[in-house]
Design a protein around this ligand. Structure first.
Ligand SMILES: [Zn+2]
Length: 375
């Protein structure tokens, strides 16, 4: 079994391209990770997710620990076997979703106790329990247990929270143990404050991780503030390890993050939007439920190679969406995930060729055009 390593293949400005090698396969970076919350990327077969070009999925510890439980998944051979996905899986720590979904939370130095949003049952998450759950799931990339304060918050609150997360990061490292081929990523916190981000990066680097995430962004601060933070936060993290921006984002967020030195991202947006009729194309966002599509024989995007664009008209996709047919979610999700992966492969090639600036100009110009004119 080979180990876990990051090989940087090219850099253009701050943007990097490379490969994360894992025993379950390579992850080409910059990488976008579709979200498989409950051991499925909704409306997609795992082989279809792979066909879009995804090298890795994200699974949610919070959801899986409550249902069907990590112990059950472990008894059934682990998350890869359970959901029939043999490529790498990254799991979050559960911390963020406890804060956003669970009821009656109580936060102490030890960890968090909370009530399940499903049945009200009582649970506890600590750094040690989060590491145990992610080990039972069989996750390839494990995230440290951390606390993510909602923004805006005052600086003292953000500093206290960040320092708690750094103590939890050390406990996570200890509890993770020695697991060749598996990686533990530290999570930088500190809100939008450059000095707190630097303190957090320093604390994490001293502990030592196989990769580093920029946490605590995409929580309502807006793109301008997020990019402002990304102008310095990734630079504070080790250059020879993967850098992961959690929970981002819209297509232009992703491109802007890669331009600032980010290697990995995840977001529910392309899959969730596929179920609500929101479609991402090179020309921006369109809504398939709009009546302008009902007689339109053209594909969503003539340049896209996905099944929705190769085989179906806007008129058909409009019809099945309005009729609430299951194939609507299947086709629109596939298209959106394909579009995201096409952005990633385009960026990887452009960075490797030293043409990322020109690629970005083309990306923004195509979006500025807007959707094709109605017939
Ligand atoms: Zn398509």
């Amino acid at each position: 079994m080979t180990g876990f390593s990051f090989e940087k293949l090219g850099q253009d400005g701050k943007a990097r391209t490379g490969v994360i090698h894992t025993p379950r396969g390579d992850i080409r970076t910059p990488a976008f990770m579709p979200v498989g919350t409950a051991a499925t990327v909704k409306a997609m077969m795992p082989e279809s997710v792979a066909a879009t070009g995804a090298d890795i999925l994200l699974g949610n510890t919070y959801h899986l620990m409550l249902r069907p439980t990590a112990e059950r998944i472990d008894a059934l051979g682990g998350l890869h076997r359970f959901m029939n996905w043999d490529k790498p899986i990254l799991t979050d720590s559960g911390g963020f979703q406890v804060m956003s979904l669970a009821g009656l939370r109580k936060l102490t130095e030890e960890g968090v106790t909370f009530k399940s949003h499903i049945d009200g049952s009582k649970h506890a998450l600590t750094p040690e329990r989060s590491m145990e759950i992610q080990r039972l799931l069989g996750s390839d990339i494990v995230m440290c247990f951390d606390e993510c304060p909602a923004l805006p918050a005052d600086k003292a609150r953000i500093a206290d929270s960040m320092r708690l997360s750094m103590r939890w990061a050390a406990r996570s490292r200890d509890a993770f143990g020695d697991r060749p081929g598996h990686a533990l990523f530290g999570i930088q916190q500190g809100g939008l404050e450059e000095d707190l981000r630097a303190e957090s990066a320093q604390a994490l680097t001293e502990i030592g991780f196989e990769g580093y995430a920029v946490g605590g962004l995409a929580v309502g601060e807006g793109q301008e503030a997020m990019f402002g933070c990304l102008d310095f936060a990734p630079d504070q993290l080790p250059a020879d390890k993967p850098r992961y921006l959690m929970g981002v984002g819209k297509p232009d967020d992703i491109v802007g993050a890669v331009a600032r030195g980010i290697d990995m991202m995840d977001c529910v947006l392309p899959s969730r939007s596929g179920r609500t009729g929101q479609v991402f194309t090179r020309h921006g966002v369109l809504n398939i439920k709009n009546a302008r599509h009902q007689d339109d024989p053209r594909p969503l995007d003539e340049a896209c190679g996905c099944p929705a664009c190769r085989g179906y008209s806007r008129a058909y996709l409009h019809h099945v969406f309005r009729s609430q047919e299951i194939i609507s979610s299947m086709l629109l999700t596939w298209h959106n995930l394909q579009y995201y992966q096409d952005i990633m492969s385009g960026m990887r090639a452009a960075i490797a060729a030293g043409g990322f600036e020109a690629w970005q100009a083309t990306f923004h110009a195509a979006r500025a055009q807007g959707d094709i004119d109605p017939l």
